[in-house]
Ligand binder design. Structure first.
Ligand code: ADP
Ligand code: 5GP
Length: 199
């Protein structure tokens, strides 16, 4: 019998490198599903609708809330973000691991509903480096960057509640650690004993 996949949450301050590290992790991995969130924020240059996010209006977002279409949703620095439930559940039913790049309020909602979810926090090697990366990305106004940095201070304090903490110093090392975490989570006795019982 085919096993359901697991859900992994990746959180971390804006600009820490979550998208960059996840893009590298997904290379050649048909067994992983990236959960494409819906958001009311504007696309950044290079972002593709349906691949990076589903870019929708506030009205459409509210309609999805009304339809109970979100596994979780939250407001973040003036915009709404939510995880469409349907695709995550479909991917997991196909045996894929679902990877959710979501912030902390959303992570708490998912874990309250699904306590077996694995939470991974990605932290910057230093505060100065986070500020440098946010600025270097060049996609946010100085005002937005300051708001994101303020939010980052609160977020870093929440890292303690996560199951794992990965420091994104180099992309290669961070991806290696993520791969190791995913692999280790599939060696939990409950899953392994079920596998053994099937043999
Ligand atoms: P997030 O998705 O967490 O908001 P991004 O993936 O957009 O962050 O990365 C923010 C910026 O930092 C980008 O310009 C990216 O190229 C850069 N970056 C990401 N990881 C690293 C790293 N390990 N070392 C140096 N720069 C990085
Ligand atoms: P950004 O605007 O930089 O792409 O994302 C801002 C923040 O929103 C990041 O911390 C990201 O993890 C989070 N985020 C993205 N999608 C979702 C989502 O569906 N739900 C929640 N709760 N947060 C999300």
């Amino acid at each position: 019998m085919k096993k359901n996949g697991k859900t992994f949450i990746i959180s971390g301050p804006s600009g820490v490198g979550k998208s960059t590290v996840l893009a590298a992790l997904f290379q050649g991995r048909e067994d992983l599903y990236f959960s494409v969130s819906a958001t009311t924020r504007d696309p950044r240059p290079g972002e593709i609708d349906g691949k990076d996010y589903h870019f929708i209006t506030a009205d459409a977002f509210r309609a999805m809330i009304g339809e109970d279409a979100f596994l979780e949703y939250a407001e973040y620095v003036g915009n709404f973000y939510g995880t469409p439930k349907k695709y995550v559940d479909e991917a997991m039913a196909q045996g894929k691991d679902a990877i959710l790049d979501i912030e902390i309020q959303g992570a708490n909602q998912v874990c309250a509903k699904r306590p077996e979810t694995v939470r991974i926090f990605i932290a910057p090697p230093s505060w100065e480096e986070l500020e440098r990366r946010l600025t270097a990305r060049g996609t946010d106004s100085p005002e937005k960057i300051q708001k994101r940095l303020l939010r980052a201070k609160v977020e870093l304090e929440s890292a303690r509640c996560y199951d794992y903490l990965v420091i994104n110093d180099t992309v290669e090392a961070a991806v290696d650690e993520l791969r190791a975490i995913l692999q280790a989570e599939h060696c939990r006795p409950a899953e392994r004993i079920e596998q053994l019982a099937e043999n």
